[in-house]
Design a protein around this ligand. Structure first.
Ligand SMILES: [Zn+2]
Length: 157
């Protein structure tokens, strides 16, 4: 731990990579640089939210050996190293800008929104009967400002 993230004071340069003792810690840093990754082996897109769940489970099931560490690249790639940086096996790499990434990002936003709504639902249980769009009659999501069916703004009165 003590040797992690040290800066080379003589040259004044910062570390190229950061070292972490858990995947969750590595993710916390990577999240400041990236929002959607690709799992390197299969190329599957992974959002920050999915990755967070994965990392917590992974940390619990895979304790690091003394010489091992996780790394985060400048771009936000996350890898595991057996002890030397150049031997790092990258587990997740930042996803290139594309429609698939936009989709994964939107999906994540929706999931978070839904979770928040679920929380609100349990907090204020009474008087939350489903509401319906006054324009097209579609059932409305809780607290939505626009109808997902016809796109018209919702009359909140
Ligand atoms: Zn509508």
């Amino acid at each position: 731990m003590e040797n992690n993230n040290q800066t080379d004071n003589k040259s004044g340069r910062g570390p190229i990579f950061n070292h972490y003792r858990s995947l969750t810690e590595a993710l916390a840093m990577a999240m400041t640089k990236c929002i959607v990754w690709r799992e390197t082996e299969k190329g599957t897109p992974v959002s920050a939210k999915q990755l967070f769940d994965f990392c917590q489970k992974y940390d619990a099931e895979h304790p690091l050996r003394e010489e091992e560490f996780y790394m985060v690249s400048r771009e936000g790639a996350i890898g595991i190293s057996p002890g030397l940086e150049w031997l790092t096996r990258w587990m997740f790499i930042p996803m290139e800008p594309c429609k698939e990434r936009d989709f994964a990002f939107r999906k994540m936003q929706e999931d978070i929104r839904e979770e928040l709504q679920e929380e609100q639902k349990t907090e204020a249980a009474p008087d939350l009967a489903p509401k319906f769009c006054t324009h097209c009659g579609a059932k409305l999501a809780l607290n939505s400002r626009f109808c997902t069916s016809c796109g018209k703004p919702i009359d909140t009165k």
